[in-house]
Design a binder for this molecule. Sequence first.
Ligand code: GZL
Length: 331
Amino acid sequence: MSKWKLVAVACLMAILCGCVMRMQQTMSQDEENLIVVGFSQVGAESEWRVTNTESIKSALSEENGYVLIFEDARQEQENQIRAIRSFIQQDVDYIVFSPKVETGWKTVLQEAKDAGIPVIMIDRDVEEESRKLLTAYIGSDFYKEGKKAVVWLEDFLEKQGRTEEPLRIVHIQGTIGSSAQIGRTRAMEEAVARHPNWELVAQECGDFTRAKTYEVMSGILEKTKDIDVVYCENDGEALGAIDAMEEAGLKCDPEDGVIVISFDATRLALQYCLEGKIALNVECNPLQGPYVDEVIKRLERGETIEREIYVEETQFDYLTITQEMIDSRKY
Ligand code: GZL
């Protein structure tokens, strides 16, 4: 090969190497520009939780400018605390978490604050003294959800002319100590205190799962089948309670059987509502990813944000729900 060709090849190689290096620099600069978020999730106990996780993962994607470090705590608070400490050690830009229960967070949230890492809490809540260590809360008002349920039940009984007769209620609670359980339970317990003819014949924990509630409800049905209302603190529990009641020969029907009340408004439970097996389903909106993305992007732009953001929620009952309403929903 002539000398001039060698020179041309060498120049071409130098140009190519330069381009590759610039691309690598650009990629590393792009990677440097990505926002690193550590996300500690409670677990995968319900359809609601799975949808909530998917919403966060799709909103905090690389295309949206994020590196997401996801940790599933498998229903153990200790795993969440460990994950948050790991995020601090990795010096992430933001921490997002849904607290399994309201207590026990002060120390680790103070560590995050001392490390200068903003913490955005989603879904469930923590006790007041820990709230001030957070940058923002995005979630639901669980007491308000419970109030919606008991007001609907009072109106329904009024229309049925059943305001005076004894009302025997089975109350299946969610994970004890979670803010969803605390709020929804408070609403029901206040209603029972308001109505002398309402009686809690059983109050047990179904831990927000279909399997545990089937077990618990089967045990209750061995003691009594004289039940008017079953108040379940999420859809997994409602499905488990209905499985057990139907197996025991009870009819789940608000007009001539057991009135079943549920929370979450996930798709399968809304089908049960359409069939009349669930009388009322109060929505708890798991689609919190876009809200988290919006809060982080505003913080990145140095904008002020609201410290408490309550997601949009509605309710569905067996009298007004339609298949079109169910088909149009995202979960
Ligand atoms: C409510 C959420 C609850 C859901 C359950 O925001 O924390 O936990 O109602 C889930 O389905 O398990």
